[in-house]
Design a protein around this ligand. Structure first.
Ligand code: PGA
Length: 251
């Protein structure tokens, strides 16, 4: 029996000022205080991380970031290093989200450097992969994902990747209200797990958590979580409201 503790992660994207983020985090902390067997994480904007982490200290909800830069420090105006995130209270970091790939020039090579830096500094990376609608319709889903994983994890070794999480987020399902069906998602998750097995071995592939993301809502989370290779969710829009996100973490 595989024992992967589910992880439900909220990506707040570029929403909520500091005070707004604090209010939602407080509410969520109270609403989710009974959740013991599912890991929960929220990733506010950089400017709200320290305040949110402070509110969540002592609760079972972790704080994450939505991006990082791989250097330790230096003349890199506008960037934030792994150790800065850790000192602000982060334990997770989302890497390679499709919005970063689409709008900010994030490549597979950059995601690899970010994953590497995150694990070396002790952050848990959530590496996002996903195909566009055009790629799905032209039957390229698996080859696109294989490349994202192959380059994104190139030269990394399972001993250092114990805390790695993968998030499968079909781009056509993000913020569109279109969810991959549970069977479509399960097919991809199974494929990803077997690819990871080939590269990193069976034990590693059995332990790694693969999240689904893309229009996850209270009314579709249970059927997704019932699939054998879906270990959690990366939630955008529906994580912004504490009541709605609480329903998801109570799936
Ligand atoms: P969504 O976003 O839940 O709003 O579709 C998911 C994500 O971008 O991580």
């Amino acid at each position: 029996m595989d024992t992967r503790q589910p992880l439900i992660a909220g990506n707040w994207k570029m929403y909520k000022t500091g005070p707004e983020a604090v209010e939602t985090a407080k509410r969520l902390r109270d609403l989710a205080s009974d959740v013991k067997t599912t890991d929960i994480m929220i990733a506010p904007t950089f400017t709200a991380i320290a305040q949110v982490a402070d509110i969540l200290k002592g609760s079972s909800i972790a704080t994450g970031a939505q991006n990082l830069y791989w250097e330790k420090e230096g003349a890199y105006t506008g960037e934030i290093s792994p150790s800065m995130l850790i000192s602000a209270g982060c334990s997770y970091v989302i890497i390679g989200h499709s919005e970063r790939r689409q709008f900010f020039g994030e490549t597979d090579e950059k995601t690899q450097k970010k994953v590497d830096a995150a694990v070396k500094e002790g952050l848990k990376p959530i590496l996002c992969v996903g195909e566009s609608l055009e790629e799905r319709e032209s039957d390229k889903t698996f080859s696109v994902l294989d490349k994202q994983i192959e380059i994104g994890l190139k030269d990394l070794f399972s001993e250092n990747l114990n805390n790695l999480v993968i998030a499968y987020e079909p781009i056509w399902a993000i913020g569109t209200g279109k969810t991959a069906s549970k069977d479509q998602a399960q097919d991809v998750h199974r494929h990803l797990r077997s690819g990871i097995e080939k590269n990193f071995g069976k034990d590693f592939s059995k332990g790694i958590r693969i999240l689904y993301g893309g229009s996850v809502k209270p009314d579709n989370i249970s059927e997704l979580m019932a699939m054998p290779d879906i270990d959690g969710a990366l939630v955008g829009g529906a994580s912004l409201d504490a009541e709605t996100f609480s329903k998801i973490v109570h799936f």
